[in-house]
Design a protein around this ligand. Structure first.
Ligand SMILES: Nc1ncnc2c1ncn2[C@@H]1O[C@H](COP(=O)(O)OP(=O)(O)OP(=O)(O)O)[C@@H](O)[C@H]1O
Ligand SMILES: [Mg+2]
Length: 264
């Protein structure tokens, strides 16, 4: 427990010392250095009648801009719960979280919605695309919520679909695409607002090994261009692409180490 870094409950927010640490690992040159994620004693408990499930029990983590982090750990160790917390999809039971230097618990509902839309891109195992909408429309969706004009939406969605190699599949609907192509649409959608943080919870969990490698190659290329990525995976082959691995066990960080052989 790092009590010395606690933040005042009210008044001016004191930045924890870790915010000022130099960047470590990754190659964030393209987007500059800085801390994207900082958690202190982050906790999530679920209260189910008489039973309490302690899914995340106090995680301290710092992720610098440009890092590519793989979170691993047994089923039920709290990986998805932690991802949902750092993706601002869920509220912690305790502890603190700063995203890009802003304390998430102090954001208003409007600010939080904006952060979810603009600062975070989320990729899920099950793609979560609209089945009756084209690739282009699926990728444009976050821009519609962000109030971007139709012309600009189209331009940006096309650019991201080209980036993931789907320039020739813009009018296809998800049922007309392979699993790997669907996940690439989901990655393009996650990237369309140029988020500071790309989160992917088992993005290759529903894909065969060849297709999984294609998705990892895309994520690696994005990271090499400066994108900060946090990925959950069960597969050591996939985690090997990341510059750092964090292993969770029973809601706590068990190991956290740099992978010096990533991206050879
Ligand atoms: N909404 C919920 N209500 C109650 N308990 C939950 C809820 N979501 C998760 N849990 C519990 O919290 C713990 C952590 O779950 P979580 O989904 O984070 O694990 P995980 O590491 O992502 O596992 P997997 O590898 O199987 O996806 C588990 O014991 C799970 O049963
Ligand atoms: Mg999970």
């Amino acid at each position: 427990m790092r009590k010395s870094n606690r933040v005042k409950q009210s008044g001016r927010v004191k930045r924890p010392r870790a915010m000022n640490r130099p960047a470590s690992g990754g190659n964030g040159a393209a987007k500059g250095n800085g801390t994207v994620i900082l958690t202190e004693e982050l906790k999530k408990y679920y209260f189910l009648g008489a039973e309490t499930v302690q899914a995340v029990r106090g995680v301290d983590m710092v992720v610098q801009r440009g890092e590519f982090l793989a979170i691993m750990g047994p089923s039920g160790s709290g990986k998805s719960t932690f991802m949902n917390l750092i993706g601002c999809l869920d509220t912690p039971t305790g502890g603190d979280y700063w995203l890009n230097g802003r304390k998430v618990s102090e954001l208003s509902d409007d600010q939080l919605a904006r952060v979810r839309n603009r600062d975070i891109g989320f990729v899920f195992q099950t793609f979560n695309l609209l089945p009756r909408a084209s690739s282009l429309h699926n990728v444009e969706l976050p821009l519609i919520y962000a109030g971007v004009s139709a012309r600009e939406r189209r331009r940006r969605a096309c650019e991201k679909l080209e980036l993931v190699g789907l320039g020739d599949r813009m009018d296809h609907k998800p049922p007309e695409l392979s699993g790997g192509q669907r996940q690439r649409v989901a990655i393009a959608r996650a990237l369309v607002n140029d988020p500071a943080l790309l989160l992917a919870d088992e993005p290759t969990g529903n894909l065969d090994s060849v297709t999984s490698r294609e998705i990892v190659a895309i994520l690696t290329a994005l990271n090499q261009a400066g994108q900060t990525i946090v990925l959950v995976t069960h597969e050591p082959d996939i985690a090997a692409a990341a510059s750092r691995q964090v292993h969770l066990n029973d809601g706590l960080v068990e190991r956290d180490f740099a992978n010096l052989e990533a991206r050879t």
